[in-house]
Write a new protein. Structure first.
Length: 416
């Protein structure tokens, strides 16, 4: 937005900052939060502190830097208020789990390392942020964040860098924080949102999370419905698979039914069904226009009910039938085999169009990441502390939420 647009929304922003940052009690903190949000929303190539302060022509650069880097304000109450406001505005949103790479040139930023990121499509020098977004097909907003700590930054790991202790002290990373898989960081945020009294209509994620049996099991234990992408190598049993019993030898309790044969992969199950089993499904309109009308999003899919296998699920269901789930596969007409797979624990009565619409809902995350990176400067932060990074991402979420609420308000002329 330009200066005129920010000024036009000035009264709304003042009221919004008072609501979002009501937990910041020290003198001047709420005012600086408001300045930072204005700086993030104003036009400009860089959204780091120095150029933002220059564009604002008000707050001193040092004051903004101290507020973000050194002031000990807690991010949790702010994130909670952002999540509550967005959840109310979107009316029963889904939760989307994802991660994104923040490319870096140096090595001093917290948790920066050479690691794979889909942002670059390769192993490169970056930080990786894991997020939870509240999403519908019309709007979305990231509301919670975790910074992934690679093993090179964990003194307890054999892969720790030689200077890890010095780098952690400089970045002010808490001593008890170590390397945690991204799916566990996602569960931490899910539990945090549940603790705030929120629940998702459904949870969606890519294969980086859906492939992990422990993650899917944890969602089911929390009574959370999901539609997550998985790799073709994930194993499952068709519902009609033969289940046998171990012969009773006269000692101990009678054995229960078990699965004797190895579970096939979901790729093998769907390929065996053949392209003849695929049916065309249209799940939403795209942003493209043809002859003045929106072009529908459509493809062919195969649907089956299966029992996902894997060590985590087997251990949790010893002596019992494995729980049923939907297996979905996208199989375009021109492809020799399916190109994408999803597992969902939604009820067997769920309409197939609904399953596809929910499975495809994760596209909103890519929209979010583009907006918070190019428009709001998610990856422009140049601070070198753990606390500063979390303050910056929280302020990013607050700015994104403000713009989202403005767009959803029918009384507001939404900013570009």
């Amino acid at each position: 937005m330009d200066t005129v647009e920010v000024q036009r929304l000035g009264d709304d922003l003042v009221e919004y900052v008072g609501d979002m940052f009501g937990s910041l009690r020290y003198a001047g903190w709420q005012e600086r939060a408001g300045h930072y949000l204005r700086g993030l929303m104003l036009d400009g190539r860089r959204k780091s502190i120095q150029p933002m302060a220059a564009r604002l022509h008000g707050p001193h650069e040092q004051a903004l830097n101290h507020f973000v880097t050194n002031s000990p304000w807690d991010v949790a109450p702010v994130r909670r208020r952002v999540a509550e406001r967005i959840s109310q505005a979107l009316d029963g949103p889904a939760w989307a789990i994802d991660d994104t790479g923040l490319l870096k040139y140096g090595t001093a930023s917290p948790c920066v390392a050479r690691q794979y990121t889909g942002t670059a499509g390769k192993v490169t020098n970056c930080q990786v942020a894991v997020s939870v977004s509240l999403v519908t097909e019309t709007a979305s907003c990231p509301v919670d964040w975790r910074l992934f700590l690679p093993e090179a930054w964990d003194p307890a790991s054999p892969k720790a860098a030689a200077d890890v202790a010095r780098r952690r002290r400089r970045a002010q990373i808490p001593d008890l924080l170590g390397h945690t898989p991204k799916w566990r960081l996602a569960l931490q945020m899910i539990d945090e949102l549940l603790g705030w009294g929120l629940r998702p209509s459904v949870l969606v994620a890519d294969a980086g999370y859906g492939d992990v049996g422990e993650f899917r099991l944890a969602l089911a234990e929390r009574d959370i419905g999901y539609a997550v992408q998985v790799a073709h190598t994930i194993t499952a049993y068709p519902l009609d698979v033969e289940r046998t019993t171990v012969p009773y030898c006269g000692d101990g309790p009678y054995p229960k039914k078990i699965y004797r044969q190895p579970a096939p992969t979901v790729g093998a199950i769907m390929t065996a069904a053949g392209p003849a089993a695929a049916r065309r499904v249209t799940w939403r309109d795209s942003s493209r226009q043809r002859a003045g009308r929106a072009v529908p999003m459509s493809s062919k899919f195969v649907f089956q009910r299966v029992r996902p296998a894997g060590p985590a699920l087997r251990s949790a269901n010893l002596g019992q039938d494995l729980p049923e789930a939907w297996l979905l596969a996208e199989w375009p007409t021109e492809e020799p085999e399916p190109v994408k797979y999803w597992l969902s624990n939604l009820p067997a009565t769920t309409p197939k169009r609904t399953l596809i619409r929910l499975a495809k809902l994760r596209w909103r995350i890519e929209h979010d990441y583009r907006e918070v990176k190019t428009g709001l400067g998610l990856d422009h932060y140049e601070g070198r502390t753990w606390q500063g990074w979390h303050h910056h991402t929280t302020l990013i979420s607050a700015a994104h939420a403000f713009l989202t609420l403005q767009r959803l308000d029918p009384k507001t002329r939404a900013p570009e």
